[in-house]
Design a binder for this molecule. Sequence first.
Ligand code: SER
Length: 318
Amino acid sequence: MRKMTSDEIRDTWLEFFKEHGHYVEPSASLIPVNDPTLLWINAGVAALKKYFDGTLTPKHRRITNAQKCIRTNDIDNVGHTARHHTFFEMMGNFSIGDYFRDQVIPWAYELLTSDKYYGLDPHKLYVTYYPDDHETHDLWVKCGIPEENMVPSVNNFWEIGEGPCGPDTEINYDRGEKWDPEHLGLKLLQDDMENDRYIELWNIVFSQFNSMPGVPRKDYKQLPQKNIDTGAGLERLACIMQDAETNFETDLFMPYIEYIQKDAKYPYEGKYKLAYRVIADHIRSITFALADGAVFSNDGRGYVLKRLLRRASRYAQT
Ligand code: SER
């Protein structure tokens, strides 16, 4: 495996997909434009929804990006796990009615495992897929993922709010027994249990349906064309490629932690790590949100910011 800075990881991603005919789309603002269904841009695809649902025809059918995202549904996990954040960067590649499964899986395998790129060991990659999706299973195995690392799961269906969705396949990296004190092994993945052993690095969605509120999944309408929507967490890849204990010990967070430490009474050690991590995470979110034009207020987006600031202050005091 190569050791890379987070900037190198992001550049390698964008460059790889550019070489494969993708247009490099700059990150959109965290504040959704003309989308009342979302408080924040919460995935790479969120800013591209208009192309997926056919509202707009894109200039480019292949797009790659590294999108700023805010998600607050995991807020209580922040600092407690190795990998949850309120603000993060999601790297993605997208096909709007262009390539599908048989193209995206070999590319994902090449980018992750080739020494020219990230150079991860394929034996440490564990891939989940929707149980009926034999084609996805066979493509991964053909590329070189060991058969015993393939894990079927009914949870492999991606949707978040209203809009494009579909079955997905997730690539997880095994950080080893050290992160699995009860020796549960693959059960952690099979039963979708909270854990820091198998880190989900990349999600590939075969985006072919449109989810609607109140409509059962089996009745979702097909999108105008078959698409690919993928998302990989920059912070998580940095954790693996920098051999860090958690995402917080990477070059993305240590500058915040070192800065806070200058004025703090207790060092970044033992039980104090939690507070440092929460503060670093929350001020990063607040800073990016304010820079994109959000303001503190008593409702909606502004209230989320207020809560984040209060929470960070509380951790600073306690
Ligand atoms: N939209 C999917 C996700 O957020 C893949 O990008 O995981």
